[in-house]
Design a protein around this ligand. Structure first.
Ligand code: NI
Length: 262
């Protein structure tokens, strides 16, 4: 069976409080070898680290989702920096800009985003970036700031071919989630084809955005096989070849620690 990696999930969220063990068991059965659990605020980042310390196949990242940018408490960046030093913490994020839901004022989102980029450089870990309806502003920030090396990943990508090119130029990997399988996602599938094989990642973003077969249900890492299948179909390669590429890309970006503790 092909080895699958879910490079972005939120298993620390309350949606899994009752049956996480079963969720992990199903992921294992589906061939998922590693999950990167992304922090979404301070508490979630702490929970994410705890998960990664408990389960060797879970790694973590620490960050504040742009939705919560206006709710950060003073000293947050110092506390995040302390957390980011952890051995099981492989990235900084998710951070970025969301002008679709605008749950935090845009100027505050941008400020908090820039702080994350500085942090990523200091701790020498890649960024996990969330951007929605904010490509222009995101690209502007990324061009103005010094970036870590490797730069990071555009998670749950939702842009065009042209936008793919711009993020690639900045050194980013591009990660696709469940929307790749949605009937109307023609533009997204075109964007997928613009990503070179050595820059492609896949993720569930669970509990959100389940693949088409599970629309309206809670998403979970086991379902990532459907995203691999659709991506392989679109790219005209076998699932095994795609899985090998994504595996190598994930390790190159996030370090071998993604699987080393297993
Ligand atoms: Ni996320």
């Amino acid at each position: 069976m092909a080895v699958l990696i879910d490079t972005h999930a939120h298993l620390d969220f309350p949606q899994y409080s009752k049956d996480l063990e079963l969720v992990l068991e199903r992921a294992h059965t589906a061939g998922v070898k590693a999950v990167l659990n992304a922090g979404a605020d301070e508490k979630s980042s702490e929970r994410s680290i705890r998960l990664s310390e408990k389960y060797p196949y879970i790694s973590s990242s620490v960050g504040i989702h742009p939705h919560g940018a206006a709710r950060v408490k003073s000293g947050w960046i110092q506390r995040l920096e302390k957390m980011a030093a952890g051995k099981t913490v492989l990235a900084v994020g998710e951070t970025g800009l969301d002008f679709y839901r605008d749950l935090s004022p845009r100027d505050i989102q941008e400020l908090v985003f820039r702080e994350h980029i500085g942090l990523a450089c200091r701790v020498k870990k890649p960024l996990i970036i969330h951007t929605r309806e904010a490509h222009q502003a995101t690209l502007k920030v990324l061009k103005e700031e010094e970036l870590p090396s490797p730069a990071g990943v555009m998670h749950c990508f939702s842009g065009s071919r042209e936008q793919v090119e711009r993020y690639l130029d900045l050194g980013f990997y591009i990660s696709f989630a469940g929307p790749l399988t949605y009937p109307r996602s023609h533009e997204l599938r075109e964007a997928l084809k613009a990503v070179p094989s050595n820059r492609l990642l896949l993720e569930t973003d669970a509990p959100y955005l389940p693949p088409q077969a599970y629309r309206s249900k809670r998403n979970e890492p086991a379902y990532i096989s459907l995203i691999y299948e659709r991506a392989a179909l679109e790219l005209g390669i076998s699932l095994e070849v795609l899985a090998e590429q994504v595996y190598l890309n994930a390790l190159r970006l996030f370090s071998d620690l993604l699987v080393d503790r297993i």
